[in-house]
Design a protein. Structure first.
Lengths: 257, 441
């Protein structure tokens, strides 16, 4: 008996995969229904729904890149310490000393690629009119995911703690101090005074809330690290689940009605 | 700074590989045209082009200033001297308009292939310029180069299918996507495609990671401000908007409106056609609005902010050295200044010394009256005026609330190009300027 067949006939294999190899029509259907990772898909799909010229596969690629970012990100977290003392040195060591320091390259370029593929996915969905009924709400979730993708990238940008990082975040976050009413340089903040005391100052405005300080410093590094590694990925994971679920519930991949 | 021997030796290997890649790409295209399509004439054309690329590759590998293919210095100087925000914006708008109007021509595979080769060749010739290469090869800028090519490619893919569908619909046929109604099993047809995509993306990412080290500059220092200081590349469109608007509008209100507008889109677009297939003719208004917002107001501004904005956020031509000493004349004036001083030849209205808060507010309103009037007409009068004229059909179908949301979003989106034009033509800085409340528009 061939070794492959021995394995497939073993109790362990059968306890995991509860059906034979998907070689005939019946088992190709069963595999889609019984496999946890595959059950997000339908069993069958319209031919045009799998044409790459129609889908560009950008939604799938974006999700795959999210997984790549998660795996490489977790591995980088084993190494990287988000403190002023160590952040830069850890990245330097990743570049010059550490085995598999290429994980950082994979993570950074994967992040850039994810921003681009998210845009391309959105572009495709617009161009095929796939945001139209009954998929309006899923488009809205997609827009929130787009925003979260940008925020994921933005918070991660600070972590190397080099000149590029700190000044990009400084420039980006400076906008927040001009928030109407809530930024200390924004229009209307002068109106928010109680008993002659300004409620909106550089220590209580929107920018302060974002940075955790008056300028980009250790508090910001810690805040962005937590947002980047925990808060935003969790939100993305939840919304991705809803996004995929809604694709199925809204009638699968779009096509002419 | 001009190209010198040291730089060309550094870049020779890259350019050699680049032209070889172009040669291979065209060789494969020629083979496919010959074997699959039987287009011998085109196949020979691209074989000849591939041979020319191999010649360029060998010249580039020499690393010699005399031999490396490059744009003539005179051409680079002319491009630099002509470059500016006005020409860039008008040029990209004109280009996108031409591509749209003559889309049936540009989607032809051989036309698109010729354009792709022309773009790649121009890029290769430009890379022999030290200043151009310094900006384009900056590690974090590489993805944007990729984005440009990817967007061009996918826009072509989409437009090609839209042109075919529009032609079919005009002839009373259903779109191509409708023809593929037949169902197939997800295993293996879709699952294998996904697997191949995952392997391809992994391979591409690994190659990218091996070839291009992630950037790491000096350790962070809050007292050493780099010039230029730039936001991450995907926010550079917003940073570019700061040239025309204050941060509260360019950095907070406009981005929030973009997100809100995107979310509102499915509820504003009442057109039932064009759902689930590529089409332009059936949804021209939404298509043009989107492409203007996405390609012109988002992508081209990112490209401008990344590649053409240097120290002090000054504009630099693609082959220009980024000197921090470049001086640009800043002679912009506010609308109240134009109206009271320029037109009426009177000083700006000012409250008398010691006037009460209410009187001061009255004077501010008087001073800003011209700008407030313009804004009022733009945001309050135009929407109903459009509702009874060119958007009459929209208003009837959308109802009051949906129409007003759509009209205001459109007008706020158009505020950017309008402000750009006013800046270029009238040197207008602010339409309304109330520094007392940090409110400038």
């Amino acid at each position: 008996m061939a070794i492959g067949e021995t394995i497939r006939n073993s109790q362990i294999w059968k306890s995991i995969f509860r059906h034979p190899m998907p070689l005939d029509r019946r088992n190709r259907i069963v595999v889609m229904l019984t496999n946890f990772f595959l059950h997000l898909h339908p069993v069958s799909i319209k031919k045009q729904g799998i044409a790459l010229s129609f889908t560009w596969c950008m939604g799938g690629v974006t999700f795959f890149l999210f997984l790549v970012e998660t795996v490489t990100g977790v591995l980088l977290m084993f190494y990287y310490r988000p403190t002023l003392e160590w952040a830069y040195n850890d990245i330097l060591a990743l570049r010059d000393v550490t085995s598999l320091g290429i994980l950082r390259e994979l993570h950074r370029w994967g992040a850039h690629a994810m921003v681009i593929t998210t845009w391309l996915h959105m572009y495709r969905v617009f161009l095929t009119g796939s945001y139209k009924p009954p998929r309006e709400f899923n488009w809205v979730i997609g827009v929130i995911l787009l925003l979260l993708t940008l925020l994921l990238s933005f918070t991660g940008y600070l972590l190397p703690w080099d000149q590029l990082a700190i000044w990009a975040i400084t420039v980006g976050s400076n906008m927040a101090r001009a928030t109407p009413f809530l930024g200390y340089e924004g229009p209307g903040q002068q109106l928010l005074t109680v008993g002659g005391i300004d409620m909106i100052t550089d220590a209580s405005d929107a920018r302060f809330g974002l940075l955790g300080a008056r300028f980009v410093g250790e508090e910001t590094l810690n805040r962005f690290y937590v947002l980047h590694c925990i808060a935003i990925p969790l939100a993305v994971a939840l919304l991705l689940a809803i996004h995929f679920w809604r694709v199925r519930k809204d009638g699968g991949i779009s096509g002419p009605l | 700074m001009h190209s010198n021997g040291f730089f060309l030796k550094d870049v020779a290997g890259f350019l050699g590989g680049y032209y070889t890649f172009m040669a291979l790409m065209n060789g494969v295209a020629a083979l496919l045209l010959w074997r699959r399509k039987g287009q011998v004439g085109w196949a020979l054309t691209w074989v000849a082009f591939a041979a020319a690329m191999m010649v360029l590759a060998s010249l580039a590998l020499s690393g010699s200033a005399e031999l490396v293919p490059a744009l003539p210095q005179s051409a680079r100087t002319i491009v630099n001297s002509l470059s500016g925000p006005v020409l860039y914006t008008l040029g990209t708008t004109a280009l996108l308009t031409i591509l749209f109007v003559f889309r049936s021509f540009f989607v032809k595979p051989m036309v698109a292939w010729t354009i792709l080769n022309a773009m790649l060749l121009l890029m290769g010739l430009s890379m022999a310029d030290e200043n151009f290469a310094a900006i384009v090869m900056k590690p974090d800028n590489v993805p944007i180069v990729g984005l440009v090519f990817l967007l061009a490619f996918f826009t072509w893919v989409a437009t090609k299918q839209a042109v075919v569908n529009d032609d079919r619909i005009a002839r009373g046929l259903p779109p191509v996507e409708k023809e593929n109604d037949e169902k197939v099993l997800v295993w293996p047809d879709l699952v294998y495609t996904e697997l191949i995509c995952m392997v391809a993306v992994s391979a591409f990412l690994l190659l990218w990671a091996i070839c291009l080290p992630a950037p790491l500059e000096e350790p962070a220092s809050s007292v050493k401000t780099p010039n230029p200081s730039k936001a991450p590349w995907y926010f550079l469109g917003l940073q570019e908007m700061l040239v025309y608007f204050d941060p509260w509008y360019a950095g907070v209100v406009l981005p929030s409106l973009v997100i809100f507008g995107l979310m509102a889109m499915p509820y504003l677009d009442f057109n039932k056609k064009g759902n689930g297939y590529y089409s332009i003719a059936e949804r021209k208004f939404s298509y043009l609005t989107w492409q203007f917002g996405f390609l012109e107001l988002w992508i081209t501004l990112i490209i401008l902010g990344t590649f053409l904005r240097g120290p002090n956020w000054n504009f630099f031509g693609p082959f220009e050295f980024w000197t921090p000493y470049k001086v640009e004349v800043l002679n912009n004036v506010d609308l109240p200044q134009m109206f009271w001083v320029g037109l009426l030849d009177r000083p700006l209205p000012r409250a008398p010394q010691g006037a009460s808060g209410l009187v001061q507010a009255g004077y501010v309103l008087l001073r800003e009256a011209p700008g407030l009037l313009v804004m009022g007409v733009y945001l309050l009068v135009l929407p109903p005026l459009l509702a009874v004229t060119i958007f009459r059909g929209f208003f009837a179908k959308m109802g009051f609330i949906r129409y007003m949301v759509m009209a205001n979003l459109m007008l706020l989106m158009l505020s950017l190009p309008l402000k750009m034009v006013l800046r270029w033509t009238l040197n207008l800085k602010y339409i309304v300027s109330i520094p007392e409340f940090s409110l400038n528009f």
